[in-house]
Design a protein around this ligand. Structure first.
Ligand SMILES: [Zn+2]
Ligand SMILES: [Zn+2]
Length: 185
C-alpha cells in the first residue's frame, strides 16, 4: 500500500487510465488527517485508508471514480464528555467531464454537485476527497444516539449513575397546577 503525505496529491492523468481502469490503495498517515481536521479535540491514532477505482466510460470522455475511505477519530462526547470513537466511512462516487475553456484553473471550484466534476490535464481526485471528508463530519460528536448526558444540577453521568436531583418542572405545568389550586379553594 502506498503512503501519501498529502491527500491533494492524488491526481490522475486521464491518458493513463487503461481499458481495465485504474485501481489503487493508499494509506494516509495520522498527521495528514490532523492537518485537515485542524481541531485539537479530534485525535487520529491510526492511518486512514483510501481505495479508489477510476474508469473511462466506453467511447466517451466521461470518467467515473469510486472512492472508499475509512478511518477512526478519537474524541469526547459533547453530551456526557466520555471518550468515544467516531468511525469515518466514506463511499463516494463521482463523474468527471472535460472542462470547457471558460472554466477557471481551480476545477474543483467549478464542480456543481458532489456527483459531477471536471478535468483538463489531470483529475484532482484528492481535492474532492478532502472536501467530502470535511463535509461528512458532524457538528457535534455524540457517543450514542441515546446518550443521557450529565445531570445539569450535580453533574453525574446519567448513562452510568442516577441521582436524586429533582427534575426541573415545566413552567407551564406549574402555572396550571397553581390555577387548579385557586379553583379548588
Ligand atoms: Zn455520551
Ligand atoms: Zn443530579
Amino acid at each position: 500500500m502506498e503512503k501519501i503525505s498529502r491527500i491533494e496529491d492524488i491526481k490522475i492523468i486521464p491518458d493513463i487510465i487503461g481499458e481495465a481502469g485504474l485501481e489503487k490503495d493508499v494509506s494516509v498517515v495520522p498527521g495528514v488527517i490532523d492537518n485537515i481536521l485542524s481541531n485539537e479535540d479530534l485525535k487520529i491514532e491510526n492511518p486512514f485508508s483510501i481505495h479508489y477505482v477510476v474508469e473511462r466510460e466506453k467511447d466517451s470522455e466521461k470518467i467515473r471514480a469510486e472512492v472508499d475511505m475509512k478511518g477512526e477519530i478519537e474524541t469526547f462526547c459533547s453530551r456526557c464528555l466520555g471518550p468515544m470513537k467516531y468511525m469515518v466511512v466514506l463511499d463516494l462516487r463521482t463523474d468527471y467531464l472535460p472542462a470547457s475553456p471558460e472554466m477557471s484553473e481551480h476545477l474543483e471550484e467549478e464542480r456543481i454537485s458532489s456527483e459531477t466534476g471536471y478535468y483538463r490535464k489531470s483529475i484532482h481526485l484528492g481535492e474532492y476527497i478532502v472536501s467530502e471528508l470535511v463535509l461528512s463530519l458532524p457538528m457535534r460528536y455524540i457517543c450514542s444516539p441515546d446518550c443521557k448526558g450529565l445531570c445539569p444540577h450535580c453533574g453525574v453521568n446519567l448513562n452510568t449513575e442516577s441521582c436524586t436531583c429533582e427534575k426541573a418542572a415545566d413552567p407551564r405545568l406549574q402555572k396550571l397546577s397553581a390555577l387548579k389550586e385557586k379553583i379548588r379553594r
